[in-house]
Structure formats: C-alpha cells, structure tokens
Design a protein around this ligand. Sequence first.
Ligand code: PGA
Length: 257
Amino acid sequence: MRNFLVAGNWKMNCGPGETKKLLDGIKNSDVSIPERVDVLVCPPMISLTVASDELQDAEGVALGAQNVHSEDNGAYTGEVSTQMLNEVQCDYVILGHSERREYFGETDTTVNAKVIKSLSDDLRPVICVGESLEQRKAGEHQLIVRKQVEAALSGVSEDGAGGLVIAYEPIWAIGTGETASPDQAQEMHKMVREVLADLYSDDMADGIRILYGGSMKPHNAEELLSQPDVDGGLIGGASLKADSFTEIIRIAGELSS
Ligand code: PGA
C-alpha cells in the first residue's frame, strides 16, 4: 500500500483573494481527499493566514510555506521566522527550491541551517534537490544530488529527522513542460533513498517521502507515481488550477488503494 503526499508549490501566485478562491475550488471539487493521500498547499507568505482559516474545515489538507529564515527573530528585513509559520498553522516548509538557489543566493549551507531550524521548531522541511541540464549531460546528476542531500542534512540526527521530505526536481523539467521519464525519476529517487539509508538506516530511509517535481501534470502523474520510490509530487503549474490539482490527487488515491 502506498501513502502519497501531493503538494502544491504555488510560487509567486495567488494573493489572499485568489488563495481563497483556489482553496474553495479544491474543497468543493468532486474529488474528495483519498484516505491514504496527504495533500499540502504552499501559498505565498502573505496568503498563509487566509489559507490557514480556509483550511480549518478541510481535513487532509496541510499548509506549508515556501521559505523560512534560520534565525528566531531580529533585523532581517523581509524575512519570516519558524515561529511565525507555527502561528499560522503551517506544518511544512519548502526549502532549497532551485529558484531560491538560482535567484536568491541560497546555498547548501543556508539550506542546511534552515533545515535544522525548521526541524527543531516542528516544521517538516520539503528539501528540494536536483541537477541542471548541463550537469545531467555531463553525467554528474547522481553526484550533484547526492551532495545536495548530504549537505542539507549535515548535522541532522536520525532522531531529529522525523517528518522531513525530499523533493527531487530536475531543474530542466521545472516549468518547462519537459518531464523526467519514469525511469529517470525512479533511478534518482532510488539513489536518494540509498543516500538516506547511508546517513541513517534502511527503516528511516523507507519512511521518508521522496517527491518528484518538474512538470507533473494529470497526464503524466500516473506513470510517475507508479514508480516504487516516487512517494508523491511537488507540483507547480498544475497546482494553480483546482481541476488539475485534484485530478492528480485522485490518481494518487487510485494508486494507493
Ligand atoms: P512545475 O514546478 O510543476 O511548474 O514544473 C514544480 C516546482 O518547481 O516545484
């Protein structure tokens, strides 16, 4: 039996008004949240309060942020802390997305600090890793992703790592309409699980969800989610429409039963 996590990364889309509409669309959809599927939505910071209120009566849908700072508080203009996310009932936080690494200077070191801080404050990090097209062409994809996972989890003990999620997102597949083939995804997910088993234990590695991200859509979700090491999806574009997001949730539900 599978137990998927279907997560929507809304990126810089949907202010409070649109957030309410999109969540209403998800809640009123014909697709009810299947028992063995966990759903996560990650709106922009400014929409988290509205989303939190909207989700009070939405069982099975958790709330996450797209970033957080590693300090408790202080003079960090424009930043948001883990306690602030706790206050609006966020359970998850996406960390190290390739767009944050590329456009906002996030490094393996800053991602690691945020992972440690989030885990210590009861937020489940969704740690994003993935190679560029050049790295894949050079045959470095496994090495790059292995290093990203190890760096993100540096200093994180097995006891402290409970609840974390990894998202494998090949950069060349994000927002491009190009998807990793099911075989490519499976190969990378299996490798990530081996890295987790080396860092921790086989049991621990089996319990950590590894999501695939990069142009997951209703038409390709089934073949990707059918791979044994793909435990769900981190979905950008297709999470912005209630219909396509709930269709992926429905497919996950079918595969989990
Ligand atoms: P995409 O985005 O589904 O639009 O490719 C995925 C992501 O960046 O998390």
